[in-house]
Design a protein around this ligand. Structure first.
Ligand code: HEM
Length: 466
C-alpha cells in the first residue's frame, strides 16, 4: 500500500465504510464492565464488532484498532500522520513533563538523538551486571528461605527494577531510597490513570484530593531528581544517561534544567514499572508450571555456572527469554498505546476522521486465536526458535510497540528481564500457594496484579551462596 504520507492511496480507499461499534446506551450499560475489566471489555469489542471499532464518543471520535496491518500503518508506515497528543499521554505528562515518552515531532527526534547512546552495547553489559546484582540482593534480603517463605513478588520486582534503572541510567544507588521513590512514582501514576479514565477531568488548579496527591508526589520526585543532579555535578562525570543529559545542557543542544528533569522522570517511569510488571507476571506463570520452573533452573545452572551473568550469556538463555516473551504476550506491561490522527485516514477499510483518537492494545492481538494456537495457555516453547516462528518480528506480538516510537529501552528490558529470571531461577524455586486464585490484572499505566502477588519461594538445594 505505497502512498506518500497523508496522501490517500486510491486502491486502499475504494469503499471506506464507517466503523461499527456499540451505541451510546450500550456503552453506558457497559461502564461497570469497563471499570472492572477494561481489557476484557476491549477484547469483547474486537470479537463482537471486528478489528476496527468506533466508540460513541463525539469528541474526539474514538476507535479501537486491532487489525495488524492497520496497527502497522499507524505506528510504522504512516507514523508521521499520527502524534501522541492524546488524553493518555497528556495525563502522563503531568508527571513526566515534556520527556521523550510523550513529545512528538522535531522535539522528540532531538531528545531521542541525545539519549540513544545510553543504550549502546557497552551500557548493556553494565545493565546485565546490575540486574544480576539486584536479583542477588533480593535473595539476600529474604534471608533464610530454605524451608520456604511467602514473598510478595509484586513488591520484590518493583524494588529490583527501580534499583536497576537507578544504577544503570543515572549512576544512582536507589536501594536506600527505593521505597520512598517507588511510592512517589506510584502515587503520581495512580492519579494520572484515574484522570485518563474520566473523559472530563477537573482542571489541575482545582484543589481536589487527586490533584493534591499528584502535586505532593511530583514534588517528591522533583526533590529526588534535584538531589541526583546535585550529587553528580559534585562528582566525577560518568558515561550514563544522566551524564549525556548534563553534557547536552552545556553543549550546542542547550537543553535546560527542566528538560533534564523531565527526561529523568520519564525514564524512571518508563523503565521501572514496565520491566517489573513483565517479571512479576513471569513468576506467577512459572510458579504454576513446574516443568517450566525446572527447565529455567536447568538452563540457568548450565549457563551461569562460571561467574557473574553478562550480556554475552543472553543468547545462551533461550528458555529465560521465551518465558519473558510469553509473559509479555499474555500480560503486555504497556497494554494501551494511543495516537491522534493528524489527517483523515482509512484503517482496515474504515474511515478515520482527522483528530480521531486511535486506541491500540497488544493484549487483544496477542490473545487472538486467529494468530495464536491455544492463546490463553502459558507455553513459552512457542517462542523457542525450534518452533520455527520469530513472533518477535510480527505485528501480532508487539509488547514494545512498533516503528520509530518503539521502546528505546527494548534491549535494556531484555537484558534485565532475562538475566534477572535466570539469576533467580538458579537460586530459588517458586510455586503458588495452595488453592491460590489467579490475580486479576489491574490496567493502570502498566498491567499489575490488584493488591499484592504472594508466592512461595524456597532456596534451591545446592544453589550458589553469594
Ligand atoms: C518490559 C519492559 C518494557 C515494555 C513492555 C515497554 C513498552 C514500551 C512501549 C509499548 C512503548 C511505545 C509506546 C508508544 O508507541 O506509544 C515504549 C516506549 C518507550 N519506552 Fe519502553 N518498555 C519497557 C521497558 C523500558 C525501559 C527499560 C526503558 C528505559 C530504561 C523504557 C523507555 C521507554 C521510552 C523512553 C519510550 C518512548 C520512546 C520514544 O517515543 O521514542 N522502556 N515502551
Amino acid at each position: 500500500m505505497a502512498s506518500r504520507e497523508g496522501v490517500p492511496d486510491r486502491r486502499y480507499f475504494r469503499t471506506p465504510a464507517t466503523a461499527p461499534g456499540p451505541s451510546g446506551p450500550q456503552m453506558l450499560r457497559a461502564i461497570r464492565f469497563i471499570n472492572r475489566d477494561p481489557l476484557g471489555f476491549l477484547q469483547s469489542m474486537d470479537r463482537r464488532y471486528g478489528s476496527v471499532v468506533q466508540f460513541p464518543i463525539p469528541s474526539p471520535p474514538s476507535y479501537l484498532v486491532s487489525e495488524p496491518d492497520a496497527v502497522r500503518r499507524v505506528l510504522v508506515s504512516h507514523n508521521r500522520s499520527y502524534d501522541k497528543d492524546t488524553i493518555q499521554y497528556r495525563s502522563l505528562s503531568l508527571v513526566t513533563g515534556e520527556g521523550l515518552l510523550s513529545t512528538s515531532g522535531e522535539r522528540w527526534r532531538e531528545q531521542r538523538r541525545i539519549v540513544q547512546p545510553a543504550f549502546h552495547r557497552d551500557s548493556l553489559d553494565a545493565i546485565g551486571r546490575n540486574a544480576a546484582q539486584a536479583a542477588d540482593d533480593l535473595v539476600a534480603r529474604w534471608g533464610d528461605i530454605s524451608r520456604g517463605a511467602v514473598i510478595d513478588m509484586d513488591e520484590a520486582m518493583m524494588r529490583a527494577a527501580l534499583e536497576v534503572v537507578g544504577r544503570s541510567l543515572l549512576g544512582t544507588d536507589f536501594s536506600r531510597d527505593a521505597d520512598r521513590l517507588a511510592r512517589a512514582t506510584l502515587h503520581a501514576l495512580e492519579v494520572v490513570v484515574a484522570r485518563a479514565r474520566v473523559p472530563i477531568t477537573p482542571p489541575g488548579w482545582l484543589p481536589t484530593p487527586g490533584s493534591r496527591r499528584l502535586s505532593a508526589a511530583v514534588s517528591e520526585l522533583d526533590a529526588a531528581v534535584a538531589d541526583m543532579i546535585a550529587a553528580r555535578s559534585a562528582s566525577a562525570p560518568g558515561g550514563d544517561m544522566l551524564q549525556l543529559l548534563l553534557n547536552a545542557m552545556d553543549g550546542p543542544d542547550g537543553i535546560d534544567a527542566r528538560e533534564v528533569r523531565d527526561e529523568i522522570v520519564s525514564f524512571m517511569v518508563a523503565g521501572h514499572e514496565t520491566v517489573a510488571s513483565a517479571l512479576m507476571w513471569a513468576w506467577w506463570l512459572v510458579a504454576g508450571a513446574p516443568d517450566v520452573m525446572e527447565a529455567l533452573a536447568t538452563e540457568a545452572d548450565r549457563v551461569l555456572a562460571d561467574g557473574t551473568p553478562s550480556f554475552d550469556d543472553l543468547e545462551r538463555l533461550p528458555m529465560a527469554r521465551a518465558v519473558f516473551n510469553e509473559a509479555m504476550r499474555l500480560y503486555p506491561p504497556v497494554w494501551l498505546v494511543t495516537r491522534r490522527a493528524l489527517h483523515a485516514d482509512v484503517l482496515g477499510g474504515r474511515e478515520i476522521p482527522q483528530g480521531a483518537l486511535v486506541i491500540m492494545t497488544p493484549y487483544v492481538v496477542q490473545r487472538d486465536p486467529r494468530y495464536w494456537d491455544r492463546p490463553e495457555a502459558f507455553d513459552p516453547t512457542r517462542f523457542l526458535e525450534a518452533r520455527g516462528r520469530s513472533a518477535e518480528d510480527l505485528a501480532t506480538f508487539w509488547p514494545f510497540g512498533l516503528g520509530p516510537r518503539m521502546c528505546v529501552g527494548r534491549d535494556f528490558a531484555y537484558v534485565e528481564g532475562v538475566l534477572s529470571l535466570a539469576t533467580l531461577a538458579r537460586r530459588v524455586h517458586v510455586e503458588r500457594l495452595p488453592g491460590q486464585l489467579p490475580p486479576r490484572p489491574q490496567a493502570g499505566v502498566t498491567l499489575r496484579p490488584r493488591g499484592s502477588l504472594p508466592l512461595l519461594v524456597r532456596s534451591r538445594r545446592g544453589s550458589p551462596a553469594r
